[in-house]
Write a protein that binds this ligand. Structure first.
Ligand code: ADP
Ligand code: F6P
Length: 452
């Protein structure tokens, strides 16, 4: 079997990664083995001109550092101030700087330069996410001929948003160098198809085959999953007693997200406020635990969302708290995964309300962590990729506080029988399409197109 080489911006070298890509890829590589190459997280004055190897995992890991300028232009700039907001429907937050696009091209080329000397002729290369759209073109330019696939963890933008890129044709040219493009949801595949047709020369030649910018590319939907069996086990044996003292008999509603504007955290705070205003009976009977480690704080929009959410949580607590009860507990730290699993398990409600999201693994983790005999209720945004398959959750529009508050009330009074029935269906899907299924299905499809 040929070696799998995964390349992503972020390579997790420490504990408690928060981010769907690293959690999923770590689970996938642990079982398949292979090499994972990514950014060390270190900004330095003079980055080394070779990869640094990190022993100690069941697969090989090699990292590269970034110069401060590359970090600014490629990561904070083009990746997270152009591509991320556009892919999440926030063209209003896009900040276009020619130097950032230049930096994005430069870093994609540099990663190819670092990678090529370490490649074997029959390697399968699997490029992850929006930071590295340009990597296949750079590898091909350096003579790499083997299969190269791309998987996009976040939504693909429709034609309107793509048109707001500084150079939309370049995105499709980059994509045309891959053998297989993987998307999280059907919504993304149809956005890709429609955007390509409207903005560049593109045609669907047969099912899932496209002529794009003069090359042939395949594209498909591969919804990412979690290591369900391992997470269920983690939740069953999670430490819980001490962590739960704050509940003092109340039911818990839990949200776990990076503190990102795409996650709809202010919207869920406002809906919770509405719930407490409309149903005073719930006072002291529900506590909302929101765990949200800050992320990308050098970008203004992320500083703004932190300020907004902290302000809102303070205001709502000020409005309703009593001596014995703080309605919202807002925690900004990464949490060890076993503790996280235990917290999900205690949650009567799992709140996953992004305004836009590729998949959202928290929805799947919450379901896997439940006690099957007395499970909680998942409230899920229709704008998460997960909503395409997890339709037994309470599916809501996160922009509508009335609908969201209504779902919270419904979840609080839902009978055990209904909770068990909904949960059993959701769990079956999470177990069947786990992370192993995701990586196998994708890699089989990549191999099928390259005769391997
Ligand atoms: P995204 O990739 O946009 O961050 P996902 O929901 O797909 O969103 O993935 C988030 C991942 O990060 C999940 O596996 C979740 O458990 C993990 N995570 C989020 N917040 C924390 C935290 N505070 N501590 C530990 N893990 C976290
Ligand atoms: O899953 C989406 C994603 O953007 C990943 O690409 C990324 O690793 C994760 O969220 C966390 O973001 P960052 O790597 O910028 O901290």
């Amino acid at each position: 079997m040929s070696r799998l080489v995964a390349v992503s911006n972020r390579l997790p070298l420490g504990d408690n990664p928060s981010g769907g890509l690293v959690v999923a890829l770590e689970d996938a590589l642990r079982s398949s083995g292979g090499l994972w190459v990514g950014f060390s997280g270190e900004q330095v004055d003079n980055p080394a001109d070779d990869l640094t190897w990190h022993p100690g995992a069941s697969f090989e890991r090699a990292s590269f550092d970034l110069s401060r300028r590359d970090y600014q232009d490629y990561y904070l700039g083009y990746s997270n101030s152009v591509l991320w907001p556009l892919c999440h429907g926030r063209a209003d937050l896009v900040r276009i700087e020619p130097a950032h696009l230049e930096g994005y091209r430069r870093v994609n080329a540099r990663i190819a330069e670092l990678l090529v000397p370490h490649l074997k002729p029959d390697d399968r290369i699997w490029v992850q996410d929006y930071h590295l759209f340009g990597l296949a073109a750079e590898l091909r330019r350096r003579g790499v001929e083997g299969p190269i696939g791309h998987f996009l963890h976040i939504p693909f933008p429709g034609p309107g948003d793509c048109a707001a890129l500084p150079n939309p044709a370049e995105l499709f040219d980059w994509l045309s160098h891959y053998d297989l493009l993987g998307f999280q949801a059907h919504r993304d595949l149809s956005n890709f198809t429609e955007s390509a047709r409207q903005l560049v020369e593109a045609d669907q030649t047969e099912h899932c085959h496209f002529r794009l910018c003069g090359r042939t590319v395949r594209a498909g939907v591969f919804p990412i999953g979690i290591d369900a069996a391992a997470f269920m086990e983690l939740a069953r044996h999670a430490p819980d007693e001490d962590e739960m003292r704050f509940l003092t008999g109340a039911q818990m509603m839990i949200g776990v997200d990076r503190l990102d504007y795409s996650k709809g955290i202010p919207q869920r705070f406002r809906a919770f406020q509405l719930l407490l205003e409309k149903i005073p009976d719930l006072h002291e009977k529900i506590v909302f635990l929101q765990i949200a480690p800050p992320t990308r704080e050098e970008v203004e929009a992320y500083r703004d969302i932190r300020e907004e959410t902290e302000h809102l949580a303070g205001r709502i607590n000020g409005q309703f708290a009593t001596i014995n009860w703080t309605p919202i507990r807002f925690i900004h730290r990464p949490i060890p995964r076993n503790v996280l699993a235990g917290l999900y398990r205690q949650g009567r409600i799992g709140l996953v309300t992004p305004l836009a999201d590729g998949m959202n693994l928290v929805a799947k983790e919450y379901v896997a962590a439940q006690d099957e005999d007395d499970p909680g209720v998942l409230i899920l945004s229709r704008f998460a990729g997960a909503a395409e398959t997890m339709d037994r959750a309470l599916i809501i529009n996160p922009h509508d506080p009335w609908e969201l508050a209504g779902a919270m009330a419904q979840a609080m009074r839902m009978s055990r029988e209904e909770r068990r029935s909904r949960h059993a269906d959701l769990l079956a899907g999470v177990v069947e399409r786990d992370v192993g299924w995701w990586s196998r299905t994708y890699l089989d499809a990549l191999a099928a197109g390259s005769g391997g």
